[in-house]
Design a protein around this ligand. Structure first.
Ligand code: 4AD
Ligand code: MG
Length: 502
């Protein structure tokens, strides 16, 4: 086989010839000239074959190419501003590697369930391709950030004998006749490791039996967790702040174009700079009950209601157009596709509008002592123009291991980081209770079996120190950075209640 060029390197071949291998995205054959778009995993370019006396079979072969057929092509490379990707290849040779008949994901709109059942093919779509590239960079930066700062990677087990984050979301597994659970966190094991290495992190899949179907929850997600010995709450928050800034900066450097293509307003990401806001739970509660939260939701309601009217009018117009005489078939198809999109937006909007009064009530009547709900987090983050750390939550809504504030036993030294624009919690973290008696008391209070945590209590028996850390959810971060409405597109194969194929 001839030497192969990747599409991303085409600029170095302008004026010469190149051999590419890839898949056909779209074919637009016509009488005398055939255009098709080729993607090779590194980019997309336009291929052209002009019919001439000497190239009948080449022209025929190009004309017959169907969506997602795999091909090897050779041709002359030119710069072509108007073509996708900016280059054009005028073919002199074409070989079909693998045929593709009736590829199920056509350019027309498909429902989300249809697409997720075909996730194995949907990966090839441009938008999904972009998201996975940004995800890979975020993961690379996660590792780089901690490796560059002297953190030691310690892999924690996935089969866990006890709960790490609350017993309601445990997945039970039969381990040779004994029950064990899929890990909800690596944190407890990391706490042990930080007493050996000082600064450690783990990074892996995490499991939560989340029975609710929300746009922020998966049952299997990836989490990075750093843990630091001799660290206070504010030390840990400082690390989280630097860390999130480094993620935003790296993605902006490497993927500005991709982000724009994904519809992300990059100016919003450019704002991700120190210092983030730092407020306490008490202040968050006051904000929720106050006039700013109310005004925000009232404004939302008005904006969404007027958008709904606009959508209804557009749909009516498009439907009229389809019924009119003298309209070409392709115009009718285009109108029909637009109607599908608008209807989808309409149905999301009606749900949102229906929820606003409920969210208003939740916020207005927010009582000290409860956890912040998804809509509460959205409100707080939207009332700020940079990420917000919310700290010092009531002890009884948080995990047993969190350090009790020494000046107020009702709250713990924890924090959540709320991403901007309503994306909600991307990080949860805390100082850990280093005092043996207080920790044991909390274990009993939560009704946890002490014998399961004896090894963990050992860490407080033998040279205990103040320490802390946090966990960042990869998919929530990808959804925020890529501006995805739902977390399910942020992971290659989403696992949610009722969704585990393929
Ligand atoms: O707040 P969480 O539950 O904290 C912990 O697990 C701690 N052990 C972390 C630590 O201190 N070492 O989860 C941390 C983050 C959340 O902020 C969120 O980004 C993500 O993990 N997360 C989820 N992502 C997707 N689906 C779910 N069901 C998630 N639950 C948590
Ligand atoms: Mg949390």
């Amino acid at each position: 086989m001839a030497a192969k060029t990747e599409i991303r390197d085409l600029s170095g071949h302008v004026g010469g010839s190149a051999t590419l291998t890839g898949w056909v995205v779209k074919n637009r054959p016509s009488g005398k000239i055939s255009f098709f778009e080729l993607r090779d995993g590194t980019g997309v370019c336009q291929c052209v074959v002009e019919k001439s006396e000497s190239n009948d079979s080449l022209f025929e072969a190009a004309r017959r190419l169907s969506q997602e057929a795999s091909v090897e092509v050779t041709g002359a490379v030119t710069r072509e501003e108007r073509a996708v990707g900016g280059y054009e290849v005028r073919l002199t040779a074409l070989t079909v590697v693998g045929a593709s008949q009736e590829y199920p994901i056509t350019p027309k709109p498909h429902g989300i369930d249809f697409l997720f059942k075909r996730r194995h093919l949907w990966f090839r779509a441009q938008r999904q391709w972009l998201i996975m590239r940004v995800r890979a960079t975020i993961i690379d930066q996660i590792r780089r950030f901690f490796n560059d700062r002297g953190y030691i990677l310690v892999d924690t087990p996935i089969f866990a004998p006890a709960a790490g984050e609350g017993s309601q979301t445990l997945f039970k597994v039969d381990y040779f006749g004994e029950p064990v659970y899929l890990a909800q966190t690596g944190q407890l094991y990391l706490e042990a490791a930080c007493m050996a290495h000082r600064k450690v992190y783990c990074f892996g899949p995490t499991f939560r039996a989340e029975k609710s179907k929300t746009r922020r929850h998966l049952t299997e997600f990836w989490m990075v967790e750093p843990e630091i010995a001799y660290a206070s709450l504010s030390d840990v928050i400082d690390v989280a702040e630097d860390f999130v800034c480094s993620l935003a900066e790296r993605v902006l450097t490497d993927h500005r174009q991709e982000l724009i293509e994904l519809g992300r307003d990059v100016a919003q990401l450019e704002r991700i700079r120190k210092p983030f806001y730092r407020i306490r739970y008490d202040e968050a509660a006051e904000l929720l009950r106050g006039p700013k939260a109310k005004a925000l939701l009232e404004k939302d309601l008005a904006a969404k209601t007027s958008r709904l009217a606009e959508l209804d009018q557009k749909v009516a117009e498009l439907e009229d157009r389809q019924k009119q005489g003298g309209v070409k078939q392709w115009e009718k198809d285009k109108a029909a596709a637009e109607v599908i999109d608008l209807r989808e937006e309409r149905s999301e909007l009606t749900d949102q509008i229906a929820n606003i009064p409920h969210h208003m009530k939740l916020a207005a009547e927010f009582e000290w002592g409860g956890d912040l709900g998804g809509s509460d987090e959205t409100i707080i983050s939207r009332l700020h123009d940079r990420p917000v750390f919310v700290s010092h939550y009531p002890k009884h809504v948080k995990a047993f291991y969190m350090r009790e504030a020494r000046d107020n036993a009702k709250v713990v030294e924890n924090f959540d980081l709320l991403a901007p624009e309503g994306f909600g919690e991307v990080i949860g973290g805390s100082a850990r209770e280093e005092d043996y008696d207080r920790l044991l008391h909390r274990i009993h209070e939560e009704g946890l079996p002490q014998e399961d945590y004896e090894w963990y209590l050992d860490l407080r028996r033998f040279g205990t120190v103040p320490h802390g850390g946090f966990g960042l959810g990869v998919e929530r971060t990808v959804a925020w950075i890529c501006n995805l409405k739902h977390i399910r597109e942020a992971i290659p194969y989403p696992r949610m209640m009722g969704r585990f194929y393929p």
